[in-house]
Design a protein around this ligand. Structure first.
Ligand code: URA
Length: 241
């Protein structure tokens, strides 16, 4: 593997900015093979050198995985001439090299996986893999047994399209509205909204909670993100749902 600058290495491993990495190095927090190095431009070999920062041993990742709590009002494209995109929420060092796995509507919030691992993204989105996605929704009117059965049977959702069977769980329901959880294995355009419409209701609020084994961290405020843990990455790759 090619050598890289120490400050760049810290950025990649710790998910911090170049400025923060330089500060840590200048404060003597970076240790290479047991020796403090205070030069940000010092070249390290990620495979050969043992690199610690603040006594934590670092491991270099060539691929990156972020969990974003997408807020409403942001589009899930990589660029847009007018709208704010999910990538506009991501700071250095990830820059523009990541892309979102699947789409969420502008008015939908919740779990978004951002990565530069094209293989994993392809597998998670492939219709053949049937990766489950779970959403929390607030909908108009009372949902009950009739709607649960309709979801379980699969629904005509317009435009000549049929949604495969999904799981509708009713958390609470009254004539004013219902709170539900919906699990689907596809990612058709506006799929949840179209399924809910097909049973005569309307989505008023939508939030994605899971993608396969990955669950939105409920300590992550809307608009913020964190690196996936090793365990989360491992489970996603195994796709143990
Ligand atoms: N289904 C929808 O209708 N919207 C989303 O954002 C995601 C799934």
């Amino acid at each position: 593997m090619a050598k890289i600058r120490l400050d760049k290495y810290l950025c990649q491993c710790l998910g911090i900015s170049r400025k923060e990495a330089k500060e840590k190095i200048k404060n003597g927090q970076a240790v290479i093979n047991g020796t403090k190095v205070r030069k940000p431009e010092y070249k390290v070999d990620p495979e050969q050198n043992e690199i610690q920062c603040q006594e934590e041993m670092l491991t270099y990742e060539e691929l990156h995985y972020l969990m974003l709590h997408k807020p409403q009002g942001v589009v899930s494209a990589t660029k847009d001439p007018v709208e704010k995109t999910v990538l506009d929420l991501i700071r250095e060092p990830y820059g523009k090299k990541l892309f979102p796995v699947g789409r969420l509507d502008k008015d939908t919030e919740g779990l978004m996986l951002l990565t530069d691992d094209g293989k994993l993204a392809h597998e998670l989105m492939s219709p053949k893999k049937h990766v489950e996605k779970t959403y929390y929704a607030e909908v108009a009117g009372k949902m009950g047994e009739r709607e649960i059965r309709a979801f379980a049977d699969g629904l005509e959702i317009g435009g000549g399209e049929t949604a495969k069977p999904g799981i509708l769980e009713v958390l609470d329901a009254s004539e004013e509205g219902s709170r539900v959880q919906i699990t689907i294995t596809e990612g058709k355009f506006h799929q949840i909204k179209r399924m809910v419409k097909a049973v005569g209701s309307e989505v008023l609020y939508l939030k994605r909670l899971t993608i396969g084994p990955l669950r939105l961290d409920d300590t992550l405020p809307s608009g913020s993100y964190r690196k996936l843990t090793e365990e989360e990455i491992r489970r996603l790759k195994e796709k143990k749902c």
